[in-house]
Design a protein around this ligand. Structure first.
Ligand code: ADP
Length: 314
């Protein structure tokens, strides 16, 4: 058997091309209104989390399962994952489908409007379940979200649990879930809105986050981590009931902070850290990610996180 530190982190999830438009405002119906700038960037929660983990765990550790389309975006998305050291052998490029995209419109007030079209991601099915299953014997952590059909991730989670793999689930974006969906989840990591959607408890601070985390544990998920943006996170599990304050940083773009957090948590646990230490790594990775523009390009490398953690005595 290989050492725990060499076991894989498997990410099953969405891979999108983000298409950003900066414009003062939306055009009115029938109007042509000129925007200010346009740029693209790799996105999708699954791909973001895979890159976040690869930046921390190093090349050859993270393997991704998912689908891209047969278009130019698909080629770019695969190349981007590979550039960051994510294994892409288990990603299928489906000739007849368009790659997933998210049109992200940012208006003059800095307000974001996000319109995803999941394309190839939505066609994930039995093929991905099989690919995921095959990776489980060499995995220590499975990381999943809610951008591909939930039937696929829940089937892989079942194989993961049977193989003794820790299953981290990020319940984003919020969507209707089949009964028993969290059955094989070891750690659930909702943000404030997701925690509220799951529990009905308005999460605004550490006290309400604690309440929501305990309510989530009541649904048979062993560990709940409720993320609180700049305020850090609350962790509830067997032998842990603890608030981890956020780190003070100059936030430039909070996009994908939760993905950096998930990558940090997965890396820490895959390396055999105690939950507390893995949460420290996740909290630091989340904080550093907001100090940079972009989603995938904002994921901090391990050396930088190490220096940051030493500087704050964590
Ligand atoms: P999501 O991106 O899923 O909505 P959050 O916004 O709650 O998740 O952020 C995830 C984690 O990233 C937080 O728990 C925290 O560790 C870190 N983080 C997010 N925003 C900031 C910030 N402004 N300053 C410091 N840390 C942050």
């Amino acid at each position: 058997m290989s050492e725990p530190s060499k076991k894989k982190i498997v990410v099953v999830g969405g891979i999108n091309m983000d298409l950003f438009i900066n414009a003062e405002r939306f055009p009115w119906p029938g109007e042509t209104f000129e925007g200010d700038s346009f740029f693209t960037g790799g996105g999708g929660k699954g791909a973001n989390q895979a890159i976040a983990a690869a930046q921390l765990a190093g090349p050859g550790i993270v393997e991704m399962v998912g689908r891209v389309g047969g278009d130019a975006f698909g080629v770019d998305l695969l190349a981007n994952l590979q550039r960051y050291g994510v294994g892409t052998d288990s990603i299928l490029a489906v000739e007849a489908e368009a790659s997933g995209i998210a049109l992200i419109f940012i208006d003059g007030q800095g307000e974001n409007y996000v319109l995803p079209v999941y394309g190839a991601n939505a066609t994930c099915g039995q093929e991905e379940v099989e690919r995921g299953r095959k990776l489980m014997p060499n995995a220590s952590v499975l990381l999943m979200q809610q951008e591909i059909p939930t039937i696929v991730s829940s089937a892989i989670a079942k194989y993961a649990r049977e193989a003794g793999v820790t299953v981290i689930h990020d319940p984003a974006p919020v969507r209707e879930l089949p009964e028993g969906y969290f059955e094989n989840v070891s750690i659930l990591v909702p943000n404030q809105l997701e925690a509220e959607a799951l529990t009905g408890i308005g999460v605004t601070d550490a006290t309400s986050a604690r309440e929501a985390a305990h309510a989530i544990r009541g649904t048979a998920v062993p560990i709940a981590i409720v993320k609180l943006g700049a305020d850090g996170c609350y962790v509830a599990g067997d032998g842990i009931d603890e608030y981890f304050p956020g780190h003070r940083v100059d936030a430039i773009a909070t996009v994908a902070a939760g993905d950096a957090f998930a990558g940090g948590l997965a890396t820490g646990l895959a390396e055999g850290m105690e939950l507390r230490d893995a949460v420290h790594l996740a909290n630091a990775a989340g904080a550093l990610s907001v100090t940079r523009e972009g989603a995938q390009d904002s994921m901090p490398p391990r050396a930088e996180v190490q220096v940051f953690m030493e500087s704050i005595g964590s």
